[in-house]
Ligand binder design. Structure first.
Ligand code: AMP
Ligand code: MG
Length: 328
């Protein structure tokens, strides 16, 4: 068996693919095809590029129905399914709020009036999506779709399907910390909620996807207040939490969107949601004094993590902290 690894900068973040295969030429072909697939999808759904298919849709869908490519239709469909599943905690129409808070730029704090104006243009039920015809129309002018909370996961699912089609028995795709682990067990680490370069928990996963949302990744500070990039669609404001949440499940799009949604829900509601969805495992981390507190929901039972190992990293500074188990 040979292991082939390649990395590229994709979707605004480093993307690494490692494939273990009997044949090195086949492994290289698989790795390259997986990276090409993510590259292709970035052209479809990037919110950062003026010329992406999504940017074009956002410019014209208020005027009348716009026909989408099969890929854009598929990711919009996932986004709407997840909006419904999370009762709108995940909402792919948060675009006007992302703009109001300038989350694609330096970040700014909008006035109450600006937040209210943006909120009036947000709401996934205003997205008229015809799945069969693959058309989208905005019910109100000023609406815009933002796939920042699900797009990476969607691309990971497609890249993993590419690897599976090319016969890779074992592979790991890491797209900016969002992971798709194909085949045998892989050990992945989860970072400290306030220090993304400091791993604190190890998870063992097989055939599973892992996605984390939190405040340490991106965000901005104004007069000592830290604002993250996950917005509560009910208030129109970035979620005020120091927590991070890591979701493990079978689909990367779902792991991605659910991590965003659980952060919006807050710990209590998130616990209830995961309890009602046994196919989803989650790890909720909160800074506590100099340490970290953790809540582990379903991680020992979820099928994506057979006989999961969830453990603190072997570091003296973490040894005194509690890793609570069970559905709290
Ligand atoms: P993630 O890092 O996966 O949690 O996604 C955060 C990104 O998703 C943000 O940068 C926004 O582009 C977008 N976003 C923010 N809040 C929400 C929300 N409540 N629902 C869906 N997407 C969101
Ligand atoms: Mg997400």
């Amino acid at each position: 068996m040979v292991s082939v690894e390649r990395a590229r900068y994709l979707m605004g973040t480093p993307c690494a693919v490692v494939v273990v295969h009997r044949d090195s030429a086949a492994a290289l072909e698989a790795v390259t095809s997986a990276l090409d697939e993510i590259d292709r999808l970035e052209d479809v759904m990037s919110s950062w590029r003026e010329d992406s298919e999504l940017a074009r849709l956002n410019r014209s869908a208020a005027a009348g129905p716009v026909v989408c490519s099969t890929e854009l239709a598929a990711v919009l469909d996932s986004g709407l399914v997840l909006a419904r599943l999370t009762a709108g905690a995940f909402d792919p129409t948060v675009g006007p709020l992302v703009d109001a808070w300038d989350l694609r730029g330096q970040g700014r704090v909008p006035s109450v009036v600006e937040v209210a104006a943006a909120l009036a243009c947000v709401g996934w039920s205003g997205l008229d999506f015809d799945r069969e015809a693959r058309t989208v129309r905005f019910a109100r002018p000023g609406m815009s779709v933002d796939l920042g909370g699900v797009g990476k996961g969607f691309a990971l699912d497609r890249a993993a399907a590419t690897l599976a089609r090319l016969g890779s028995p074992s592979a790991l795709i890491n797209l900016g910390g969002e992971l798709f682990a194909l085949g045998e067990r892989h050990t992945v680490t989860v970072a400290h909620p306030a220090a993304r370069l400091t791993p604190v928990v190890e998870l063992e996963v097989g055939d599973a996807c892992v996605s984390t949302s939190g405040q340490s990744e991106r965000g901005f500070s104004v007069r000592g207040v830290r604002y993250g990039h996950v917005i509560d669609p009910r208030t129109g404001r970035p979620v005020a939490t120091a927590a991070s949440v890591t979701v493990v499940c079978r689909s990367a799009a779902r792991a991605d969107a659910l991590a965003t949604a659980l952060l919006v829900m807050g710990r209590e509601r998130a616990a209830g949601f995961v309890r009602a969805h046994p196919e989803v495992g989650a790890l909720w981390l909160e800074p506590a004094g100099s340490g970290v507190r953790a809540w582990n929901w379903n991680l020992s039972t979820v099928r994506a993590v057979p006989g999961a190992q969830v453990r603190w990293m072997e570091r003296r500074e973490w040894a005194t902290h509690t890793l609570e188990k069970g559905n709290r």
